[in-house]
Design a protein around this ligand. Sequence first.
Ligand code: AVJ
Length: 321
Amino acid sequence: AADARGYSIVHRPGKAIVDERAEVVAGLLAAPARIAPKYFYDELGCALYGAICQLPEYYPTRTEIAIFRDFRSEIAEAVGQGGQFVDLGAGDCCKAEAWLPFLNPARYLAVDIAGPEIERALSRMAPDFPGTELVGVVTDFTHGVDLEGLLDEREVTFFYPGSSIGNFSPEDARALLASIHRACATRPGSGLLIGVDGKKEKALLDAAYDDALGVTASFNRNILLHLNRRFGFDFALDAFTHRGFYNETAGRVEMHLEAVSEQVVKARGYERTFAKGERIHTENSYKYTPGEVAALLQDSGFTRTRRWSSPGDGYSVFYAS
Ligand code: AVJ
């Protein structure tokens, strides 16, 4: 229940994660080495992501906001009033906040791995939404969404904006969407409102993930700062350079950190030499054509899909039920 602050916070351990540090060490021992993108979002990482969203090259956020604005009443009508609104990867909650006055949910669940970020957002929102129960769920949902005991029988709208679904492989995305569909199926009137970035010209995608100002490079390299502080690694920040590019064959943007010279990286129970030019894979951001999204939604159990898009279909918003 909400306390005097007007909101409450629940902490949930992620599914299938026994030991985060062991998971990170295993990724950094693998060939090629990898770090899961969820580690981008410490406090500085959240701020850098906010800055990315303001870059001239990074079009997804502002394109999606424009679609939401232009089709506000149509989308609101498709979604329906009241019930429960689940914001997956809520972050600063700004996108959901713009929807609440149009959807008037009885309960808003902000789900994110970044605890301080959603706590700050909910305390900001609390005075403006006295009629909505505000709940922050601090959890890692990369291995499944665990909302056990947090949803009642009322209809639920899942909100998954920003093309964050792109961080999952198509196979994992299907599994996540199927679990969302299962939660919808038992509650008539429920559905999923999701934003998905489209496949497009390589030059546009390359620029969006390797901007002239270097903010995306900082966002990428900050993951090392986070790992150093959180798990005791000794990554030299200036020894890894940002790579961000569209891999057309795979249909995804990839981000990597590339060693500028031979590097020995150590932590308790960990040591590895990275050769000059060797990369650590930090992110995939899959891009989907509208037809591919429709197929993903259908494979996940959704039977009705509506779509709103930007000119040229470069970005689309879907409501699936
Ligand atoms: C938050 C996962 C949607 O993939 O575009 C932005 C993260 N990475 N710039 C994306 C990101 C580099 C973003 N998502």
